[in-house]
Design a protein around this ligand. Structure first.
Ligand SMILES: Nc1ncnc2c1ncn2[C@@H]1O[C@H](COP(=O)(O)OP(=O)(O)OP(=O)(O)O)[C@@H](O)[C@H]1O
Ligand SMILES: [Mg+2]
Length: 301
């Protein structure tokens, strides 16, 4: 029995048919599906976004505060968390930069999502971004795409500033107006921006598709991490999942029911690579299967 099967069994104490969702997948089978959509969009709109980030704001992040909140911040004494995120990022980075990128389109774009609120998306997104940015030769762009309930800026202590929504909504807002540099040279942040009644439409717009396409093509050496809303609470997560090469489905271990996870998996059916991340596992629960409190599972559709 695999880690994910064990975990799901533990998560709801029911007999489950895990084979329907939990098989291993490393190769793209439905790439055409996704590229048709974006190619279409690109053919109808040839304006390439200018992703020049020369003029931008630099924000000093309070790493000590983050460390106190349990994040794997630079210089933090949370050595276990630092080690955990080293392991968690490895398959994602390998997929993004491995030889031939494993045939995964836009593998450097990673969406962090979950079925329900509070499962740990933002915590995971920030920790992964910190962990990757700490590798001297890697750059990370962390985008708060949870545009209805943004929290990256709040957690990182970034003041209100224009973000993804303003960029998508306004013709006169450039990439350089929304990207925020941090005191880690390799870490940039794009806040969600203001609340907007049509945020779902903006995220599904041509401009968003061109933006992510350009991020992937122009910065193949950069990992872009999107924090997103829960899949079962809003349609935006599903929309975003179609734009990226890799999806991390955060599952609150022992809490989120298997039928709920299955529903999310169905929503991710067009995604090339989905990694299930068991979060908030109890350290004394089953150390052999969960290591230091996290576990990964991979599945196909
Ligand atoms: N592995 C973890 N260890 C310790 N605390 C965690 C862990 N994962 C999440 N948390 C904490 O749980 C709470 C919820 O996490 P987080 O905000 O990341 O969830 P979310 O999925 O982004 O929620 P939302 O759907 O509301 O955006 C936060 O206080 C966070 O710090
Ligand atoms: Mg969140």
């Amino acid at each position: 029995m695999s880690i994910i099967e064990k975990a799901l069994n533990k998560s709801n104490n029911e007999e489950i048919e895990v084979n329907t969702i939990l098989t291993c997948k490393s190769k793209v089978t439905n790439e055409d599906n996704i590229s048709v959509v974006t190619d279409d969009i690109i053919n109808t709109n040839k304006v390439t976004p200018n992703l020049n980030d020369d003029k931008n704001i630099v924000v000093d992040i309070d790493w000590k505060r983050l460390s106190d909140l349990g994040f794997a911040a630079p210089g933090s004494l949370n050595t276990e968390a630092i080690e955990e995120y080293r392991n968690i990022k490895r398959p994602l980075v390998n997929n993004a930069f491995g030889n031939g990128h494993n045939g995964i389109a836009r593998a450097n774009l990673i969406l962090i999502t979950s079925s329900l609120p509070g499962e740990g998306k933002t915590f995971t997104a920030i920790n992964l971004a910190l962990s990757i940015a700490n590798e001297r030769d890697k750059k990370v762009l962390l985008i708060d795409a949870d545009v209805a309930r943004p929290s990256i800026s709040k957690v990182l202590g970034i003041n209100d500033s224009p973000g993804l929504i303003e960029y998508l909504d306004g013709a006169d807002i450039n990439f350089s107006d929304i990207i925020i540099k941090t005191s880690i040279p390799g870490l940039g942040v794009i806040p969600a921006g203001k609340l907007h009644d049509y945020s779902t439409e903006l995220l599904s717009s041509n401009k968003m598709a061109l933006f992510v396409e350009e991020l992937s093509n122009r910065y193949p050496d950069r990992i872009v991490i999107f924090d997103s809303p829960p899949l079962l609470a809003a349609t935006q997560g599903e929309v975003l999942a179609r734009l990226v090469g890799q999806v991390v489905l955060v599952i609150e271990a022992e809490k989120t029911m298997q039928n709920v996870v299955m529903e999310s998996v169905a929503k991710l059916a067009t995604c090339d690579v989905v990694l299930a991340l068991f979060n908030k596992t109890k350290r004394n629960m089953d150390i052999n299967y969960y290591g230091y409190g996290y576990g990964y599972g991979q599945y196909a559709h």
